[in-house]
Design a protein. Structure first.
Length: 68
């Protein structure tokens, strides 16, 4: 019975600590599987189809090229 009490205490402690979550800190990861060339082709396609203006295209193109 004493062994069971220790086990329950350990499980409860672990559950409480798991909920701490790092004090409210925020992390982010920018993971992209799209190549720069593909992003540029997609932007050009959007420009050619009229989905974005020339100025928006230039702005987004600069963002893509500045990442590298």
């Amino acid at each position: 019975m004493r062994h069971l009490t220790k086990l329950m205490f350990a499980l409860c402690t672990a559950a409480l600590l798991a909920g701490c979550g790092g004090g409210g800190s925020t992390t982010s990861n920018d993971i992209s599987t799209t190549t720069t060339g593909q992003q540029l082709m997609d932007l050009k396609k959007a420009l050619d189809s009229g989905a974005m203006s020339q100025s928006e295209y230039e702005k987004q193109r600069k963002k893509v090229l500045d990442k590298d």
